[in-house]
Design a protein around this ligand. Structure first.
Ligand code: ZN
Length: 275
């Protein structure tokens, strides 16, 4: 991708190295003007202070991660997840984020009821749509790779995300987050991206390493793995999305151990050559 102005970097890419403030200052120092926010980091510093730091650096915010995670069959636990998502929407609004990244959640320990979990997750999204609409914050449904179905997301294909949008009457407050790591394997990818069209509210980029050791925390730098990222980007652009390309790398064994200034430099190079 040759348009540097579309580059966004999620602050989780420097999770152990940089504090909230350091990540915003660091990105600004490298000329990156758009980021995504990790709620734990925001809570460490406080929402008011976080909003001020973002504003002081003219930093745009795509998503706030995460809301949702409402699959529990226990009504109290389910309600607590819905309430937490409401707080996430309010926080997103205060920091000027475009959307809350909504993960559906996985299976409760001991449960085998995948379809019930899906139903409850979808119902939770429907429950907070009015809050999102009132705050002007979108709910970005992010399917994860099916290998994470049990742990993190019973919403695991783009087709399912499109179906959920339809079931929610295509409310403009509900969008879809496409993450290369989650969708690259899908034989229906091109077709489902085209179908998603204006629903797409974010595009997350990172690579799938051929010797992946951890399904959540071993994501690769663009160009180091097997995903044809430019192909996916072009499919997304054909569907009408020209927003930020957001680098999001959870990498316990590699990038989280490096000097974060070096990480940003590599991301900028690889975005030009491999996104
Ligand atoms: Zn993502």
């Amino acid at each position: 991708m040759d348009d540097d102005s579309r580059l966004a970097i999620h602050q989780v890419t420097f999770l152990p190295q940089w504090s909230f403030r350091e990540s915003i200052e660091g990105l600004a120092r490298h000329g990156v003007t758009c980021t995504a926010i990790w709620r734990d980091k925001l809570h460490e510093i406080g929402v008011g202070e976080g909003a001020m730091i973002l504003a002081d650096h003219g930093m745009k915010v795509t998503g706030l991660s995460v809301g949702g995670l409402a699959t529990s069959p226990d009504p109290r636990a389910w309600q607590a997840a819905v309430d937490d998502t409401r707080r996430a929407i309010e926080e997103a609004s205060r920091i000027g984020a475009d959307h809350v990244v909504m993960l559906s959640g996985g299976l409760e320990a001991g449960s085998k009821d995948v379809s019930g979990a899906r139903q409850r997750a979808l119902e939770a999204v429907g429950r907070v749509v009015p809050d999102a609409r009132a705050s002007g914050v979108k709910l970005g449904l992010e399917p994860l790779h099916p290998m994470l179905c049990e742990k993190r997301a019973v919403l695991c294909t783009l087709k399912q995300a499109n179906e959920w949008c339809e079931l929610l009457d295509d409310d403009p407050a509900v969008g879809i987050v496409v993450d290369t790591y989650a969708v690259w394997w899908d034989p229906a990818l091109e077709e489902e991206i085209a179908k998603a069209g204006p629903r797409i509210c974010a595009f997350h980029v990172n690579d799938w390493l051929s010797d992946t050791r951890d399904l959540r925390l071993d994501r690769g730098m663009m160009g180091d793995g097997v995903i044809d990222i430019p192909w996916i980007r072009r499919a997304i652009e054909r569907s009408g999305y020209w927003g930020p390309c957001e680098v999001e790398i959870f990498s316990e064994r590699d990038w989280w151990r490096r000097d974060p200034d070096e990480v940003v430099r590599v991301i900028k190079e690889r975005t030009r050559t491999h996104v």
